[in-house]
Design a protein. Structure first.
Length: 340
């Protein structure tokens, strides 16, 4: 599959979703909650070594357009017919139901993305009651607070206050509240995945060695924080340069910029992998920003590494079309599915 064809598929997805104009997430200030790390990397294209197919992702929509052959005149025949890459919602759910880990990549400020997350979780749970929801939105030290809410020992307001949600995440609570309410109703485990903000900031400023013993208990061992993916590193450097050009940061911090992003990914991957090992009969649905999921660079490849030797199927869904055109030498799919 040529990069040109993949780019056209993604461009078509954006047209279908009325996304011809830039997303609000392209504004730097919106992601200054934690040094703009997530925004800068999530808006850059990438290619992953763990993606199984070089064919494009499947578009989830009602029906194929009548002029699909003219839209994709250079379609690579080795990928099959282009209409085979237009999936209905039910077709997608049938495929997702086969996976051990499902990634639902969101745009944080999209209420539609969160509505679709809840609907997908509900539909998957109907066919497989043992579902765990893993969330970037809660940080590791607050797992006990989340558990108390699920057990009925805290009110929803107490959950927000005691998890310091507004300070540590800050996107509208009502976008995520229905998901937590559903988890509580069905008694589904919810995993608090994220690295504490203080640790991410400290690593970005001073490196891993600056962390105290008590701080290290919230992240993986240093030996498991892998920064050897050169392509991912190049993307991080591009992001850092963009950050610098906009008047932030300095070149000496580029390495730590990348390290902090990897720390974020590795911490979330460790939480998912540990749960899968301990609960092999559960399916895990991961809610995280697109930048942690696309091409497998962030969380998925690091979960796979931790579960090496275990039969594991992971599938990824982008709940909004990505706004960037694919570039790079590798020809790999950005995700398994892209939602209209």
């Amino acid at each position: 599959m040529t990069l040109f064809t993949q780019s056209k598929l993604l461009a078509y997805a954006r047209i279908l979703a009325n996304e011809q104009q830039s997303f609000p997430s392209k504004k730097l200030f919106f992601y200054l909650l934690t040094f703009t790390f997530y925004f800068l990397l999530s808006t850059l294209p990438a290619c992953a070594e763990t993606v199984k197919s070089s064919c494009p992702p499947k578009l989830v929509m009602v029906a194929p357009p009548s002029n699909i052959d003219t839209i994709f005149p250079d379609w690579d025949k080795s990928c099959g017919k282009p209409e085979n890459f237009i999936y209905s919602r039910q077709q997608m759910l049938t495929e997702l139901a086969k996976a051990d880990v499902v990634y639902l990549g969101e745009t944080h400020d999209s209420s539609v993305d969160h509505q679709n997350q809840l609907q997908i979780i509900q539909e998957l749970q109907r066919s497989h009651p043992k579902i765990a929801i893993a969330m970037e939105m809660f940080q590791r030290p607050y797992q006990g607070v989340v558990d108390q809410y699920l057990a009925g020992k805290l009110t929803e307001q107490e959950l927000v206050e005691k998890s310091e949600y507004e300070k540590r995440w800050g996107f509208p609570w009502e976008d995520y509240a229905p998901i937590l309410r559903f988890a509580k109703e069905k008694q589904l485990p919810v995993l608090a995945l994220n690295t504490p903000t203080e640790i991410t900031r400290k690593v970005a400023r001073q490196g891993l060695e600056s962390l105290t013993v008590s701080e290290r208990k919230f992240i993986p061992p240093f030996s498991e924080i892998r920064t050897d993916n050169e392509k991912y590193k190049q993307l991080s450097q591009q992001a850092f340069q963009q950050h610098q050009n906009d008047g932030h940061g300095n070149s000496s911090g580029a390495e730590r910029f990348f390290l902090a992003q990897v720390l974020w990914d590795e911490t979330m991957a460790e939480g998912i992998a540990e749960f899968v090992k301990a609960n092999p009969d559960y399916r895990v649905v991961v809610l995280a920003g697109q930048g942690h999921i696309v091409y497998g660079y962030g969380i998925p490849s690091r979960v796979a590494r931790r579960l090496e030797g275990k039969k594991l199927m992971q599938l990824s869904v982008l709940l909004s079309p990505p706004q960037e055109t694919i570039t790079g030498k590798d020809e790999v799919a950005i995700a398994d599915f892209i939602f209209k």
